[in-house]
Every structure is written in C-alpha cells, then in structure tokens.
Design a protein around this ligand. Structure first.
Ligand code: HEM
Ligand SMILES: *[C@@H]1O[C@H](CO)[C@@H](O)[C@H](O)[C@H]1NC(C)=O
Ligand SMILES: *[C@@H]1O[C@H](CO)[C@@H](O)[C@H](O)[C@H]1NC(C)=O
Ligand SMILES: *[C@@H]1O[C@H](CO)[C@@H](O)[C@H](O)[C@H]1NC(C)=O
Length: 492
C-alpha cells in the first residue's frame, strides 16, 4: 500500500476522531470548567504527567500547570477528561464525599492486576465489608497486644543481619522488613523459609508490573506480572486449603492468629474474594511502608541534628527499660517517641509515598464556581498540598521541628515556626474520608520501631549519591546504597 493509499484508508478514522473531539469540546461549553489544556486526542497530557521527577517536588508538569492555570485545572489523562486538584480544600472535599459526589476509580489495568475484588477498586457495600475485615486485623487493640511485638521482632531480624563496612541497599532491607512482617501476619509465613523466599521473588515481578505501563504483550512487565499474579494466587489458595483442613480437624494453632484464619472464620467471602483481599493487603501494606522507611533513612542522613535528637529520645527510652529490667518495647515506650513522630510526619510530608489518588465524579459537582462534570476523572494530588509554600514554610526543606507543638497551637503564635504550624487539614499522607488508609497506625508504628533500633545501633552514610524519584510511585533508582557502623557505646 502506498503512502497516499494509506492516508486515504485512515482518513475516515481520523475524521471521526476529530469530530468526536469537537463534539466533546461543544458539550463542555455548557460547563464552567476549570482552565486547562486537553492535549492530544486520547493520549491527552498523560506522558507529561507521568514524566519522572524528584520526589521532594511536584514535578515540572505540575509546576507549569499550576503557574498557568492555578491549583485546579482540567486535562486529559489516562484516556479520560480529568480535573486535577492541587487545592487543599478541594482535595478534602473530594475525599469526604466518597460515595456521594465522588467515587474511587482506579484505571482498569490496576483492577486487572490487583484483582477485581481488590479493596482498591471495590466500591459500595463490598468495599465496606472488606474494609471492616482490614480494620479488624489492624485495630488499635491488635496493634498494642500483638503487632508491636511482631514489628519489633522483624525489625531486629533485619537490622541484626547488617554487616559493618559493606555496601547494601537500604531500600531492599526496608522491603525485606515490611514483607516479612506482612507475610507473617497475613498468612503465618516465616521469614527465610523457602516458601516465603519464593513468594517474595514472585512478588518482585508482580510489583514491577503493577507500576509499569499496562501493555499486555508477550515479554512486557505487565504480562509477566499477570503470570506472577496467578502463581501467587495459587500459592495463597494452597495455604487456604491447608488451613481449612486443619480447622475442620479442629487443630487450632494459636500461632496462626493471622488474617487468613480470621477471614475464613468470620466472613462469608468467596475463595476468589479472599485471594484478592490477601493479595491487595500484601501490596498495600508492604510497598508503601518500606518506601517510607527508606525515605526516613535518606532524609535523616542529611540532617545530623535530627539524628542527634532521635538518639537522645531513644537512649532515654532504652535506659528506662534497662532499669526496670524489661526488654521488649511496649505501648508506653511507643507513646514516648514524640520527636520520632515529628520525623515520621516530616518524612511523609516531604517524601509523599502516595502522590495522588484516583476518583471520578458521580454527579455534576460545583466547587468554588467551577464545574466538575459527572463521569469525569478527578485526581486529588495530595503531594502538591504538602509541598505548597503558602501552607508549609520552605516546603522542600526536611524540618521535623516544624511539627513540634503542632497539636497545641493553631498558627496564631508570634513564634517563627508556629506561624506556619502544619495543620492536619493540609496533611493527608494517608488519604481521608471513608477510604482513609486502614494501615496508617501500623505504618507509623513500623517506622517508629525501626527508627528506634536503627539510631540506637547504627550510624549510616550514603555509599553513593542516590535520591528518591516519583515515577510517580516513589523509588530510589540505585536502591539507596548505604554503609553502616555499629555504635560501641549505646544500648543494648
Ligand atoms: C507509609 C505508609 C502508607 C501510606 C503512605 C499509605 C497510604 C494510603 C493511601 C493514601 C490510601 C488511600 C487510597 C485511596 O483513597 O484511593 C491507602 C489505603 C489503604 N491502605 Fe495504606 N498506606 C500506607 C501503609 C499501609 C499499611 C502498612 C497497610 C496495612 C496493611 C495499608 C493498608 C491500606 C488499605 C487496606 C487501604 C484501603 C483502604 C480503603 O479503601 O478503605 N496501608 N493507603
Ligand atoms: C454469613 O452468611 C450466613 C447465612 O447466609 C449468615 O447467617 C451470617 O450472619 C453471615 N456472616 C457474616 C459474617 O456475614
Ligand atoms: C502528625 O500528623 C497527624 C495527622 O496525620 C497529626 O494528627 C499529628 O498530631 C502529627 N504529629 C505531630 C507530632 O505533629
Ligand atoms: C514548643 O512549645 C514549648 C513550650 O510549650 C516551647 O518551649 C518550644 O520552644 C516550642 N517549640 C517550637 C519549635 O515552637
């Protein structure tokens, strides 16, 4: 076929695309849409939006768009007309009105890989039922009586394996920690056992696909991940069958106080639903908190005075424990980690593990004079609020002290810091509303306990320059290589 024939052949499709495009623009004229640029038909501005950038910024795309259009703008992303919000008020409004005006709406590829029963893609009653199960598993009571102990055990297991003067990836170590912890508490898998290691390996392939372009062709990461998904599901199903047999035989193993056992006993979910629930909890609980821990290691390395203050706080806790003859951390010890909580908040504010959420409008919604048409995608960019210089003083600066006194002042003091005391209205690292992260308390506990043993036992340096990028999932391209030295003077 010659070029001109090809053009003739394609002409009808091109014309109809253009027509659809014009019709779409016409229809939009009824609305007072936020300003913006819809980019190319179909592709829109997706490529620019997804271009990697340093994690402590909002990225060039976002900066340019906010400068040109303001904090609320329209675009065409992931193949759909979209409202992007970097506005603190609108973000809260969107999250609070989940199920009424807006609804969770992740791209279809996410459902393909996490499963159609995954909590991330479910809405309505099914979401509520699964959320109740997760909240039960992650309840405050269980954190105190059960998970704190587990978190400390798995922290010590990983930190205890660190060798002085050798270079290793801090990000991989953090992943090992959170994976072992979740595998144990979800399915009673023990760290280091062949089956656990095999699952971990399969999971790495799976993860690469979750964050890659959803191109389902032979050889693509997405295709490989779909294969890993079915391998992992088979594995979980085997575990489930074993468990059911044991439960029927009445051999109750007290060691197996895990999510799998709980779901089998207390819910009516089908096998398929349980598999997707377990897979997505493993995903939600493992990827995010390991990145958060790696970010803390990275930010602290560049802030010696914060390490100093952490050491004072944790040495004091360790000293008091030694005096009373206790060894394991308890809830009171955790409550004493006040400055640590500032470090955790600051890490989440600056690092932004989750940058934006996926929603869609269920109705025509009007917000401050702008229309958000029914059916449009809506992306609340929570990271953009955390890095907004009108809300946080020097937002790109790691400053845990900005969180001191944040619970007892409301920005009215003459104090320099307090004049921009962070408000919980502007800080939503775990999302908000009816879909607020179910694991936020566990994530903070993991970070605090890890930091406790880290600063008491080690000094660390970056072995090579590395920094976090937003792809937009946050990742250290070199894995954050560090080199550690053991403290000689400190605890234990
Ligand atoms: C620093 C670590 C973490 C961050 C930044 C984080 C962030 C988030 C965010 C922003 C959402 C809301 C998603 C949306 O609204 O579309 C979410 C949901 C969720 N997270 Fe986390 N998360 C973290 C750790 C964890 C952990 C350790 C678990 C425990 C298993 C967990 C379990 C969940 C679950 C189950 C949901 C779904 C909640 C629902 O839809 O009702 N997360 N997380
Ligand atoms: C499961 O289903 C049975 C019968 O359909 C019902 O009696 C029971 O309450 C249900 N349990 C849960 C946890 O939904
Ligand atoms: C950290 O942020 C949370 C809001 O997510 C807030 O409730 C808490 O008081 C903050 N902690 C500190 C120490 O400022
Ligand atoms: C926090 O408050 C205490 C007294 O309540 C004050 O001494 C301290 O300087 C304040 N810190 C900051 C960072 O504002």
């Amino acid at each position: 076929m010659s070029d001109s024939q090809l053009v003739l052949f394609l002409l009808p499709s091109i014309l109809s695309l253009v027509l659809i495009f014009i019709l779409m623009q016409r229809k939009q004229a009824r609305y007072n849409l936020p300003p913006g640029n819809m980019g190319w038909p179909f592709l829109g501005e997706t490529i620019g939006y997804l271009k990697p950038y340093t994690a402590i910024s909002v990225g060039e795309f976002m900066e340019n768009h906010i400068a040109r259009y303001g904090k609320i703008y329209r675009s065409n992303l992931f193949g759909e007309p979209t409202i992007v919000s970097a506005d603190a008020g609108l973000n809260r409004f969107i999250l609070q009105n989940e199920g009424r005006l807006f609804e969770c709406s992740y791209p279809r590829s996410i459902g393909g890989i996490l499963g159609k029963w995954s909590m991330l893609v479910q809405v309505g009653d099914m979401h509520r039922d699964m959320r109740i199960i997760s909240l039960n598993f992650l309840s405050h009571a269980r954190l105190r009586t059960h998970l704190l102990k587990e978190v400390e055990k798995h922290t010590l297991l990983v930190l205890g394996s660190w060798k002085e003067n050798s270079v290793f990836s801090a990000q991989d170590e953090a992943k090992k920690f959170t994976f072992n912890l979740m595998a144990k508490n979800i399915m009673s898998l023990d760290p280091g056992k062949p089956e656990t290691e095999q699952l971990k390996k399969e999971y790495v392939t799976f993860m690469k696909g979750v964050v890659s372009a959803p191109l389902n062709f032979p050889g693509t990461p997405y295709r490989k991940a779909l294969k890993s998904r079915s391998t992992i599901l088979k594995f979980i199903e085997e575990k489930m069958k074993e468990r059911i047999v044991r439960m029927e035989e009445g051999v109750e193993n007290l060691e197996e106080d895990d999510l799998l056992g709980w779901v089998l006993k207390h819910s009516n979910l089908s096998t398929e639903q349980i598999l997707d629930l377990i897979l997505s909890l493993l995903f939600a609980g493992h990827e995010t908190s390991s990145v958060a821990i790696a970010l803390a290691i990275y930010f602290l390395e560049g802030c010696p005075s914060a390490i100093q203050q952490l050491q004072e706080e944790h040495t004091e806790i360790a000293r008091a424990k030694k005096q009373s003859g206790e060894v394991e951390l308890n809830w009171d010890d955790y409550k004493k980690m006040e400055f640590t909580q500032c470090v955790i908040n600051e890490t989440l504010r600056l690092g932004n593990v989750v940058r934006f959420l996926h929603r869609k409008a269920l109705k025509d919604v009007r917000y401050r004079g702008y229309d958000i048409p029914c059916g449009w995608k809506v992306l609340p960019v929570i990271a953009a609020v955390h890095l907004d210089s009108t809300l946080f003083d020097q937002p790109q600066h790691f400053n845990p002290w900005r969180w001191q006194n944040s619970s007892n002042t409301r920005g009215s003091s003459s104090n320099n810091y307090a004049s921009m005391t962070p408000s919980s209205n502007h800080f939503l690292p775990f999302g908000g509303g009816p879909r607020l992260c179910a694991g936020s308390e566990l994530a903070k506990l993991e970070m605090a306990v890890f930091i406790h043993h880290l600063v008491l036992n080690y000094r660390w340096e970056l072995a090579e320059n590395d920094q976090a990028f937003a792809f937009p999932f946050v990742d250290f391209p070199k894995g954050l290589p560090i080199i550690v030295k053991r403290h000689s003077t400190h605890y234990p």
